[in-house]
Design a protein around this ligand. Structure first.
Ligand code: GLU
Length: 365
């Protein structure tokens, strides 16, 4: 078995575990997952759940003659989502926070930053974010479409270090285990290429949307961004004992080594800077020596036109020292520059946080 260490994980639980019979939701397979989540949090780890099951949980409440239409499925999701959340909430003594996302939200940078801030806030306040696709509003072209890829996007936006996909299969095999009984589980994957995708075969389980293909797509996205991905069998309670001991009783897709670099490269090279924030010496020291976030008090000047979520350069004495995503637009920053973070809400009438460029969204140049 491979071993792993983690601090912030997205745990994806598929419909096959939430609604094993294809309709209604049950806690049958969730008890041991919930125990693992609670125990991990008690050790100081951070967990975000991505849960499927809304369509299945609402299925019985919508009358359908043949194949359900899109609207019928959306109505099922609407009813099922509250049932699925109630199912989870019954397993924990801390608050569960519903987060419904679409592809559209994740590709709009302002919303992306908002989602990231909200998740950070929920974790800081010890709530358990439970994410699903907003199936009720999303039509096909705005959808991620499956919760494996949604979980990968969630891991990215939440800056998790680990994605754990809990399914009804043990991991990735070298052949289809349903057709070839001698198929062998692959304990560790260093790199996903064409040949790995060929191992994915067909869709697998009939309850959820995802099969092995979407799991590999999710793992691929995560690995490239420095997030390790595990596929484990969530039906097996023992799996979670192994996970608690840092062992992987399934397949571990290792994060690319240039981890920080993948994100740093993206920030540094891919994103165009839209503005410049000139900071004072105190702020420069905080950034370079303490690894701190940039606060408004250290800002001297703001130039350029940018929105919240745009990339900006941070300068000290006209030399670029860092680049990052701004939490506020240029007009807002001009108003709050030089002020203590405490006064942001008074000055703007709202606040999206005390940092104007959060450390997680910053790269030193
Ligand atoms: N969002 C869907 C649901 O909650 C599940 C999609 C999936 O299983 O991949 O029913």
């Amino acid at each position: 078995m491979s071993s792993f260490t983690w601090h912030r994980a997205v745990i994806k639980i598929g419909s096959a575990l939430i609604a094993p019979n294809g309709h209604a939701c049950t806690a049958q397979y969730l008890q041991h997952i919930a125990r693992f989540i609670t125990a991990s949090r008690e050790k100081g780890k951070e967990v975000i759940v991505v849960s499927s099951g809304s369509v299945a949980a609402g299925r019985d409440s919508i009358k359908v003659r043949h194949q359900p239409s899109i609207a019928e499925k959306q109505a099922m999701a609407s009813i099922g989502q509250t049932r699925m959340m109630a199912n989870w909430a019954g397993l924990f003594s801390f608050p569960c926070a519903q987060v419904l996302l679409t592809y559209d939200d994740l590709h709009n940078r302002t919303r992306y930053v908002n989602i990231s801030n909200t998740l950070r806030e929920l974790l800081t306040n010890h709530a358990l974010p439970i994410v699903n696709e907003n199936d009720t509003v999303a039509v096909n072209e705005l959808k991620v479409g499956d919760n494996d890829n949604l979980a990968a996007y969630t891991a990215l936006v939440a800056q998790a270090d680990t994605l754990i996909i809990c399914s009804d299969i043990n991991g990735l095999y070298d052949a289809d285990p349903r057709k070839q009984p001698d198929a062998k589980l692959i304990p560790e994957v260093e790199q996903i290429d064409e040949d790995t995708f060929k191992l994915a075969g067909g869709a697998g389980s009939s309850v959820g949307t995802g099969g092995m293909l979407t799991k590999l797509q999710a793992a691929h996205k995560c690995m490239q961004s420095g997030i390790q991905t595990l596929i484990v069998n969530g039906r097996d309670a023992q799996v979670f004992d192994y996970l608690s001991q840092g062992q992987v009783p399934g397949t571990l897709f290792k994060a690319e080594k240039s981890v920080g670099n993948a994100r740093a490269k993206w920030l540094k090279h891919t994103l165009k800077s839209r503005g410049v924030i000139e900071i004072d010496k105190g702020a420069m020291n905080a950034l370079l020596e303490r690894g701190a976030s940039l606060l408004p008090s250290g800002v001297l000047e703001v130039s350029g036109h940018f929105k919240a979520g745009d990339a900006v350069e941070i300068h000290f004495q006209n030399a670029a020292i860092a680049k990052g995503l701004a939490q506020y637009n240029d007009a807002e920053l001009s108003q709050i520059k030089g002020s203590n973070s405490r006064h942001i809400s008074n000055m703007l009438g709202y606040s999206v946080g005390e940092a104007i460029v959060h450390r997680d969204d910053m790269v030193l140049l």
